[in-house]
Design a protein around this ligand. Structure first.
Ligand code: GSH
Length: 332
């Protein structure tokens, strides 16, 4: 029997659970290896960057970064495809995956490390997952270290006193938009998951892990909670839907969250990265959002723009992107 792929990851890492759900859906043989303190040396042997997930192939080669990992697997294991057949829908899937990885991650991280109740629960969970066999003293030491490090990292994702209301409003708005969208379907684009689902589901799964966002989700978003539960072991229930039947709810999401917040933020971030500026601020839906530029995100915007630029021109897609204020940022 061939060796399975190995995923070095953690339950509290959205990008790790994203790849694991993807591999479950595709039926790719894999072993989930929690990156515990004990296995750090083994992890370091493979990982070029100190980031999870790190996927190790049966031939011992390692891959990092969830999006290229999934793209690589998609070429090797094409069925069931996570790419909708309609090119316009396929592009929206790539766009929403970006939104999830880059923007939804901000409010996920913000909720996890802002209020004491979430900080303590998260540091406790991370420390016990990293040291499942550790004694109380060792775990308490790790917990204290995590608490200090993570609270100081909030600023890197753009969470601050000033941006907190914007991030929390964005998260709640997303939940409302998704609640409407999932009333009639199992996944973002119909009866089976697309690339965007793995990205967005992972951030929602993490939000549902943490006390404050979990209680928000429980206060009135049952369809979103079902989606979170379904995504742990995703299955194809039906086909991808035609774009026009998705739009009555999807279009609001694209306008409010993607065209209104994520793309103008990403454009300003990329410009600040090129300048280079230590800090940048951008007006988002009438409010100032300030942070340090994030390098990885500037690169992934370039990839998204190149993808849009290489597509055969598609009137239906362009009209939709125009109506939802996305087009100007993709053509830039
Ligand atoms: N773009 C990367 C992001 C990976 C990433 O940021 N991973 C975080 C956890 S979610 C990490 O490893 N942080 C450092 C650590 O946990 O040691 C991906 O999609 O895989």
């Amino acid at each position: 029997m061939t060796k399975p792929y190995r995923i070095f990851g953690a339950e509290m890492s959205p990008y790790s659970v994203k790849v694991r759900s993807y591999m479950r859906y595709k039926g790719i043989p894999h072993e989930w290896i929690p990156r515990t303190v004990d296995r750090m040396e083994e992890f370091k042997k493979y990982a070029r960057l100190p980031l999870i997930p790190c996927v190790v192939a049966p031939d011992d080669t390692a891959m990092q970064d969830s999006t290229p990992i999934i793209e690589d697997f998609e070429a090797k294991f094409p069925n069931p495809s996570i790419i909708p057949g309609d090119p316009a829908t396929a592009f929206l899937s790539a766009l929403i995956e970006e939104y999830a990885d880059e923007w939804a991650n901000k409010y996920m991280f913000h909720y996890r490390w802002t209020r004491e109740v979430d900080q303590l629960a998260s540091a406790e969970a991370l420390a016990s997952q990293a040291m499942p066999d550790g004694d109380d003293e060792a775990r308490a030491g790790l917990k204290a270290m995590i608490l200090e490090r993570m609270a100081n990292r909030l600023w890197f994702v753009g969470s601050s006193k000033q941006t907190a209301p914007q991030l929390e409003a964005s998260c709640k708005r997303l939940l409302g938009l998704l609640e409407d969208h999932f009333r009639n379907r199992e996944y973002l684009f119909g009866g089976r998951p697309a690339l965007a689902d793995f990205g967005l589901w992972a951030q929602l799964f993490e939000l549902y892990t943490d006390p404050t966002p979990r209680s928000i989700m429980r206060s009135g978003y049952p369809a979103v909670i079902e989606y979170v539960e379904r995504g742990l072991f995703p299955e194809a229930i039906g086909e991808f839907e035609p774009l026009e039947s998705l739009l009555p709810t999807l279009e609001h999401f694209l306008r409010e969250e993607v065209g209104g917040l994520f793309l103008p933020w990403s454009d300003a971030n990329a410009k600040a990265q090129d300048a280079p500026d230590e800090e940048f601020s951008v007006q988002l839906q009438g409010q100032t959002f300030a942070q340090k530029p994030q390098k990885y995100h500037a690169r992934s915007l370039k990839v998204l723009r190149a993808r849009y630029g290489q597509m055969t021109r598609n009137g239906v897609l362009d009209d939709l992107l125009q109506r939802t204020d996305c087009l100007q940022w993709l053509r830039a």
